[in-house]
Design a protein around this ligand. Structure first.
Ligand SMILES: *Cc1c(COP(=O)(O)O)cnc(C)c1O
Length: 388
């Protein structure tokens, strides 16, 4: 054994004692409303596959056809020789749907956020960041070396105060999730945009959980609020409602050119496989063409949330398909998750550091492909296991 093993093991033991140790479970089926986890068939209430596209026939067929036509790997960075037709086709499609000048793909949402932010700001600049923003945004800001000003969640008074104090700084960037990933509430985007105009800041949104979910054609909160001409950087992922993998950023052409030249997570990585772009293209087409999926999704979410509230559970500020059930202490959230699993329902406990201390929770997500019977069976199970 190498000498370092002891101290690593001690760290893990400490996490275990605090109820914070994480481990992998094995999924042994395609994604869907019902999946097989660790050998057991369970109804899945913790997937981000909001529209049920991860195992969709059209999405799969697009991937297979692409492999036949373009092979699998893209062979090099897109700047070198790996810029495949499927990338460009998807970028054009997304820019058209988003009504922006341009779109650029990234290989994942994590890579998009850690690439975009350092490409736009650096030392001497300042980034205003909602306290509940996704970890990839925090990491992007840290990598940029710009000053990070975190404001209390959705607190516009605090944001304005921070903007006022920052006047000497060169570039100002406000970054926010549109649907917050652990709380399921929506950013006050109209107010953020108004403050940005007033104080000369750019706005960047992360629509990871809103793309495919909000807006008349599923393009997200910016579309729903009609703010497309006021948000400079619209980032989102293809890994959640689109059922695939990868991420996009939509905005002005000069943004795209800047990212191609400056974003390290775009430049120094191999282009995503064509078949991933082709599958995502099929997913995006379904998002735009089938609003009925969104209606079913939001209907299921309302039904579940109302059910939890009737049971007296705290769903925090959720108004979306992400519905937390507040547990408080980490051990309690884990116990709730385990009991539900034993009854055939898969929901993960979310613990610090992903969420603030003493706000451990079950993070329930529902999809368009859950039936009402699924939702009601889940409500029954929650009633008998979580009210203790
Ligand atoms: C999931 C998520 C990401 C990361 O996206 P991946 O494509 O999974 O890397 C980024 N931001 C938010 C808000 C997310 O929820």
């Amino acid at each position: 054994m190498l000498f370092m093993d002891n101290s690593l093991q001690e760290d893990l033991n400490e996490l275990q004692a605090l109820g914070l140790r994480r481990g992998l479970r094995q999924t042994q089926s395609p994604q869907g409303r019902a999946i097989i986890v660790d050998g057991r068939r369970v109804l899945n209430f913790c997937s981000n596959d909001y529209l049920g596209l991860a195992d969709d026939e059209k999405v799969k067929a697009a991937a297979v056809a692409s492999v036949g036509q373009d092979g699998f790997g893209s062979g090099a960075s897109r700047l070198v020789g790996g810029n495949m037709s499927a990338h460009t086709a998807l970028e054009e499609r997304l820019a058209a749907l988003k009504k922006t000048e341009a779109c650029l793909l990234f290989s994942s949402g994590y890579m998009a956020n850690t690439g975009i932010i350092p490409a736009l700001v650096g030392r001497g600049d300042i980034v205003f960041c909602d306290r509940l923003n996704h970890a990839s945004i925090i990491d992007g800001i840290l990598l940029s070396r710009a000053q990070m000003k975190r404001y209390p969640h959705a607190d516009m008074t605090a944001l304005e105060e921070n903007l006022r104090r920052a006047s000497g700084h060169q570039r100002k960037l406000i970054v926010t999730d549109t649907i917050f990933s652990m709380d399921g509430d929506i950013a006050p985007l109209k107010d953020i945009v108004a403050l940005a105009r007033r104080w000369g800041a750019w706005v960047m949104v992360d629509e990871a959980h809103a793309f495919g979910v909000l807006g008349p054609t599923g393009m997200g909160l910016v579309e729903e609020m009609g703010l497309s001409d006021q948000v400079q950087v619209q980032m989102g992922t293809l890994s959640k409602a689109a059922g695939c993998f990868g991420a996009y950023v939509c905005g002005p052409a000069v943004l795209k050119e800047t990212l191609i030249n400056r974003a390290r997570s775009f430049i120094y990585t191999t282009g995503m496989p064509s078949c991933v772009a082709a599958a995502a293209h099929a997913g995006v087409n379904i998002i735009a063409a089938e609003p009925s999926r969104r209606r079913r999704l939001l209907g299921n979410a309302d039904h579940l949330r109302r059910g939890f509230k009737t049971l007296g559970l705290d769903t925090m500020r959720s108004t979306t398909p992400i519905i937390p059930i507040l547990a408080g202490e980490a051990h309690r959230a884990v116990a709730m998750s385990q009991k539900l699993f034993e009854q055939g329902f898969f929901v993960q406990a979310i613990r610090p550091p992903t969420v603030p201390v003493n706000t451990a929770r079950l993070r329930v997500t529902v999809t368009a492909v859950h039936t009402r019977e699924d939702c009601d069976a889940f409500l029954d199970a929650v009633k008998t296991t979580c009210l203790f």
